[in-house]
Design a protein around this ligand. Structure first.
Ligand code: ZN
Ligand code: ZN
Length: 321
């Protein structure tokens, strides 16, 4: 595969390169790239004022490459971190994800909190059955709920997630295609803790491509779960990623500018539009901020419980109208 012509060299040490970061027009060797990755991460954290060395950061870890790469890099950079893993209850996939996450934490002596959603009457398949929406919607709702609930319970003020540039670009495209003003207003790399009881949420990898996190995970020998969530197959998110990958191949840098310019130029406008009706109350069940009397998660869990109670299937289920 090597061409006889000049093979690319690492921009830092001139050794043969193994990683090509197109959006930065840079090649790296296997030793220099992880250091570059960590420095980029540190720069993003500082530039966006995400957190400091004194903060205890709760890192949401799924067992996939992005969140484990994030945790690895934060720990190496000397940040104080605790992992949070939600076992979603999606069959073998969830069991394997938990095992990978636990093995990662154990090998590095890092503290990990695990919540089994089944123990909280919130296993994703049960929640999903109570709605007519795709399981990913119920899953997202449950994740947001437990991220906040666990952070509050343990006194964390910052929660970091492993969303990368590809995730952010795909989500942005989805929100733009349907002009979801409220989602657009809230799609920020740093979401401040407002109202008071929401934990601050940050996405330190929001400018880092999936290719880069994969390369980093590989070079740092991180053993992560390779399988995609079985629910994600056919999810619209994958359609958006595919479309963006095609654009990126023809016009490198498109994803980064799409996301970057959104934050610079457009998001402030959506924030102003959405400001008028921010959540002001608290949920009567869990006490977290909510638009209605009960938050969307608690309403869904109540619906899932009611379904559990329906032991005998009736011939003609009464319509809910
Ligand atoms: Zn090098
Ligand atoms: Zn609630």
């Amino acid at each position: 595969m090597k061409s006889a012509r000049r093979s690319p060299r690492c921009i830092r040490c001139r050794a043969p390169a193994v990683v090509h970061v197109r959006q930065h027009h840079a090649h790296f060797c296997g030793a220099c790239f992880p250091e570059f990755f960590e420095r980029q991460l540190e720069r993003a954290i500082r530039k966006e004022n995400m957190f400091g060395r004194e903060d205890e950061v709760l890192v949401a870890v799924s067992g996939g490459k992005d969140s484990l790469a994030l945790w690895e890099a934060l720990a190496r950079l000397g940040y104080r971190t605790t992992g949070l893993h939600l076992e979603l209850g999606i069959g073998e996939y969830s069991v394997a994800s938990r095992e990978k996450t636990e093995a990662f934490a154990r090998a590095r002596g890092l503290r990990l909190l695990t919540v089994r959603l089944a123990d909280e009457e919130a296993a994703v398949p049960d929640l999903a059955r109570a709605t007519r929406r795709p399981p990913c919607a119920a899953c997202g709702l449950a994740k947001r709920h437990f991220f906040d609930a666990v952070a509050l319970e343990h006194g964390f003020r910052v929660l970091a997630t492993g969303h990368n540039l590809d995730d952010e670009a795909a989500r942005l495209l989805g929100n733009v295609l349907r002009w979801q003003v409220h989602y657009l207003a809230k799609q920020a790399p740093v979401l401040e803790a407002t109202p008071e009881r929401f934990v601050r949420k940050v996405k330190p990898l929001y400018r880092t491509s999936e290719y880069e996190t994969a390369a980093y995970a590989f070079l740092r020998r991180i053993d992560y779960i390779v399988d995609e969530c079985p629910n994600a197959r056919g999810a619209t998110q994958l359609l958006y990623k595919d479309a963006l990958n095609r654009i990126e191949a023809a016009a490198p840098g498109s994803k980064l500018s799409f996301v970057q310019e959104f934050h610079k130029v457009a998001r402030p406008l959506f924030e102003r539009l959405a400001e008028a009706d921010a959540a002001s109350g608290t949920c009567a069940v869990c006490g977290l901020p909510s638009w209605g009397e009960t938050c969307a998660f608690c309403a869904l869990r109540a619906r899932a419980r009611r379904r559990e109670g329906e032991t005998l299937p009736t011939v003609d289920a009464p319509g809910r109208a």
